[in-house]
Design a protein around this ligand. Structure first.
Ligand code: ASP
Length: 318
């Protein structure tokens, strides 16, 4: 049997589109958008994404709008404008997008541009490439009409100056979080975006998982989507989001897939990693999953007319 197929739902000829994942029939969720995003700032991102869907935007438009909200939020010190800088006091941004066709765009080590997610989308739509970094990404952005803006706020600059006094290496979960957002629109199509200023006071030039397709974000419009937050280096080493989607393709539920991807990390670190990773996953039928390694993690889910924040505990309790 073909993996993707359409089944007759009833004798009256009503057709419910479905997909076959590892021999299991999964009804594709339509006319009931789902938006799943990371952390408490995901709540507002979801609201913006929902507005965009209501105005006729598709999943990609909505994911971009959601991410843009976090990028504009000056109170959010781990994404975009107001993000904490690297060790040299530079705010360097990573972002990526992926759409229903499996197209992807990404920027890394981008400076002075308020909406890296939109530059990533432009890379996807206007170039033959997937990823632009640093100066080249900046030039591309300016050429495409993005305005340069100083992103280091007084507040973030003061924090950085305090940090400079003893240059303590921050534990990753202390200072950084990514806005990752997964959207399923009313046609049932998927899209996603990630955006972050990365690990606070990181080495100049450091790039995390968030702009790397397959690590920070991955989707397959026949199966589902997944995205990450947390210590990018460890997400990169396990190609985290690709793994979660691949596990769903092999028949795991979104929840099982997130947990299995984290179990591999736990194993690599002899049962007790000292960092955080959180995954979110959304399957084609609208079912979601989410898991984190340690401590706790929050995700925001907009579905069936409500938009709520959920708190989950880590797989391992220390
Ligand atoms: N994953 C991001 C990075 O490593 C940061 C985070 O989500 O906490 O840059």
């Amino acid at each position: 049997m073909k993996r993707r197929d359409f089944f007759k739902a009833s004798a009256i000829g009503l057709t419910i589109p479905s997909t076959i994942i590892k021999g299991q029939k999964i009804n594709i969720s339509k006319n009931n958008p789902v938006i799943l995003s990371t952390w408490n700032f995901g709540l507002n991102a979801n609201i913006e994404a929902l507005k965009e869907l209501k105005n006729g935007g598709n999943a990609m438009d909505a994911a971009e709008k959601g991410a843009m909200h976090a990028e504009s939020d000056v109170e959010n010190t781990s994404v975009g404008f107001g993000g904490l800088p690297d060790e040299k006091g530079k705010v360097t941004l990573d972002a990526c997008v992926m759409d229903r066709s499996g197209n992807a765009g990404s920027v890394a080590f981008l400076q002075n541009i308020k909406h890296p997610v939109s530059v990533a989308r432009k890379v996807m739509e206007e170039t033959k490439h997937v990823m632009l970094v640093g100066e080249g990404a900046n030039q591309f952005a300016i050429k495409n009409g993005f305005k340069e803006k100083k992103l280091l706020t007084k507040k973030s600059k003061n924090e950085w100056k305090k940090w400079l006094q003893n240059r303590r290496e921050m534990t990753p979960h202390e200072t950084h979080d990514t806005l990752s957002i997964l959207v399923q629109d009313k046609k049932g199509d998927l899209a996603g975006a990630c955006t972050t200023s990365g690990w606070a006071y990181k080495m100049h030039g450091r790039v995390g998982d968030s702009p790397i397709i397959g690590a920070g974000l991955f989707l397959d419009n026949e199966v589902g989507s997944a995205a990450a937050t947390g210590l990018g280096e460890e997400v990169l080493k396990t190609t985290g989001s690709f793994l979660v989607v691949e596990l769903m393709r092999q028949g795991r539920s979104p929840q099982e897939a997130c947990e299995e991807a984290l179990k591999r990390v736990i194993k690599r670190h002899n049962g007790n990693p000292d960092f955080q990773i959180g995954y979110i996953a959304l399957r084609k039928d609208g079912e979601i999953g989410s898991a984190c390694l340690k401590w706790s993690f929050e995700y925001a889910l907009a579905k069936n007319g409500s938009n709520k924040l959920y708190k989950i505990n880590g797989l391992i309790q220390s």
